[in-house]
Design a protein around this ligand. Structure first.
Ligand code: TMP
Length: 209
């Protein structure tokens, strides 16, 4: 039995974690076993890499180093957690996956997507999410939502950086419309949850929650 792989993408402050938790609770109540995880991160090695990547003290990190570290975290996470969970028939909900790399390292850091493509295939063992939700939000609204907390290295980037991230996400969604569903993240959380749940249940072949 093969599980289902669902990822959530969006700029900072788009509400991904909230939606993942709401979905996980609902799926658990319906009897599904879920793995709730995130990138960069997941298993201990990948969480170590996450700390390296997000540490605001590491301002000197090169875009190339950044890309390789995100990919290293992804390889460990995919091999150690995601693929075994899918093989066991679980629903895997992941906060960010490789679309983030194309948006942040590709568009925002201007690294060559021609290089990111094969690297991503290598780091994911050719794994592609069954479904991706892009929670789309104006950059100013997203940044206003995260302003209150201590910002990590990526969150500290300027508005133009986050605008490039957002635009790249939107073009990925146009290119890969079958996999990526765009949702207006300025809607109330409860309304977004209904949209997410409808889509997931139809993929699972469940007619009503
Ligand atoms: P988070 O704050 O949503 O947990 O994500 C951590 C940060 O890492 C966020 O600013 C986006 C960034 N990121 C990348 O730049 N490339 C990637 O491949 C991933 C997964 C995240």
């Amino acid at each position: 039995m093969q599980g289902l792989f669902i990822t959530f993408e969006g700029i900072e402050g788009s509400g991904k974690s909230t939606q993942m938790k709401l979905l996980a609770d609902k799926l658990a109540a319906l009897g599904y076993t879920c793995l709730l995880t995130r990138e960069p991160g997941g298993p201990p090695i990948a969480e170590h890499i996450r700390r390296l990547l997000l540490d605001p003290e590491h301002g000197e990190m090169l875009p190339e180093t950044e890309l390789l570290l995100y990919s290293a975290s992804r390889a460990q996470h995919t091999g150690e957690w995601i693929l075994p969970a899918l093989k066991a028939g679980k629903v895997v909900l992941c906060d960010r996956y490789y679309d983030s790399t194309f948006a942040y390292q590709g568009a925002a850091r201007s690294l060559d997507p021609g290089f990111i493509h094969p690297l991503t295939e290598f780091a994911t063992f050719h794994t592609v999410p069954d479904l991706t939700f892009l929670l789309d939000l104006e950059v100013e609204a997203g940044l206003a939502r995260i302003n209150a907390r201590q910002l990590d290295r990526l969150e500290q980037e300027d508005k133009a950086f986050h605008e490039r991230v957002r635009q790249q996400y939107l073009s990925l969604a146009l290119e890969q419309a079958l996999r990526i569903t765009v949702i207006d993240a300025s809607l109330p959380a409860a309304k977004i949850h209904v949209l997410v749940l409808d889509k997931v249940l139809s993929l699972l072949g469940v007619s009503h929650a």
